[in-house]
Each structure stands twice: as C-alpha cells, then as structure tokens.
Design a protein. Sequence first.
Length: 259
Amino acid sequence: MPIETAASTGNLLLDALSDSDHALIAPHLEPLTFVKGDTVLVAGSAASYVLFPREQAVVALVVATRDGRMAETASVGHDGAVGGFIGQGRLPPAVSGLVQVGGPVLRLEAERLRQAEGQSDTLRDLFARYADCFLAQLIQIGACNALHPIEQRCLRWLLSLQDRTGVDTLPITHEVLASMLGVQRTYLTRILRVLQEQGLIRVGRGRITILDRRAVSAAACECHARVQLHCEAVLGAVYGAHRHARIQPVEAVGTSASA
C-alpha cells in the first residue's frame, strides 16, 4: 500500500520533507515490520534499499570480529535512515544492521532515492545533511569507546535508546547491551548494579528503566550531548524542539553543483 503524501510517516527524516519532495518517493515506500534480532543490513553486501525506522523501531549498526565479538558503531531510530542512502546503494556497507527494538519501517529502493535527489535540490540537501550527522555519530561513538569508562558509555547508550523509543523503560537485555558495548555480560551486570544503587536506573528482567533523565545525562560522558548539538545545528527542526517542522535548506547548498 503506498504511503499518503500528507500523512505523518512516523519517521522524522521523511516528515521533514516538503510535500513536493515527499511526493517524489511516497509512492515507492514499502511498509514492513521487523522483530528484535532481525538482520537488515549485511557488511560487505550491497545495500540496495534504504530503511526508515518508524515509531519505536531501532536498528543498531555493529562491527563483528573474527572471534565472534561485536560492538555498536551507531544506532538509528525514527530520527533517520539506514542502508543505501550513502553511495546510492552501489557501495557495500562496512557494518551490519541488527534490529534492537522491533517495529514498523518503510523501505525504499536506493535507486528510487537517487532518482528523487536528481529531481530536487532540497531533497538532496536534506539527505546530505543527514549523512553528515550520521558520520558525526560514528566518529563520536568511536572516540567514546576508546576514551570513556564503561559506566559513562553505558549511560550514553541508554540515553540514545530512550531518545529513539520515547519511553523510560527500555526493552533491552543484559546480553544485548553487553554485546553492544563490547564487554562481558557478568561485567556489565556489576556496572548496572552500581548505577542502580546510585538511583539512576532500575534493572528488571529484559528491561532497564531510566529513573532520572537529568541525573543520567549529568553522569554520562559528553558524547550524547555533543552529537545532539551537532545534529541540531545541521538538521535544524528534525532534531530541535519542534521536531515536526519543515526543514529550510540553505540556498547556497540547494543550488550548488557539489551538493
């Protein structure tokens, strides 16, 4: 069933498009539903589709090592897209995409996006801005994993998941969280116990509840806030206070041949 042009899609990036830009891709958006644990992107294989998570669906981008371990490099929810929006689907991704929180998504052929970008400077501008923010997240998390203690990294991760689900109680297990952070489950369990004793979180079976968002933000490293500030500057309303407002692209970018 095609997506109506005027209707909210549940994805902030798509909803930031003007009506005319949205009309270029709306007929080609395919609604799907993924469940937790699904693989939606495979490292080294062509990413011929772009996926737009909706509502509470979240996809983690991970790198796996030869010994079976893996670590998160970024996560994407209703704030963005994953897949063939970089390299127009012609370049294989360096990471895999695993569904952290199941839910609805919209799928678009990467070639359809490329064609739409060729017809609209403003649409191309928006996805160029999003690609910049996506890269900023990758870089910041790489630095975070190298420089910050596990307690701060854990809180940063929980804040990011809360941003994308919009709820205080996060559907995440110790096993998955340990895998995303690249640590042993037993070690993570001890860390979560300390954070719970500090009154920051409450740990349950298959879920972790953020008790005090402000306190968690203060105790986390600066990485979460730094990515947010960058994205607010680059993407404006998509990450700002008025999340459903339209984005006004910079005129010079919209008419530039290098955009």
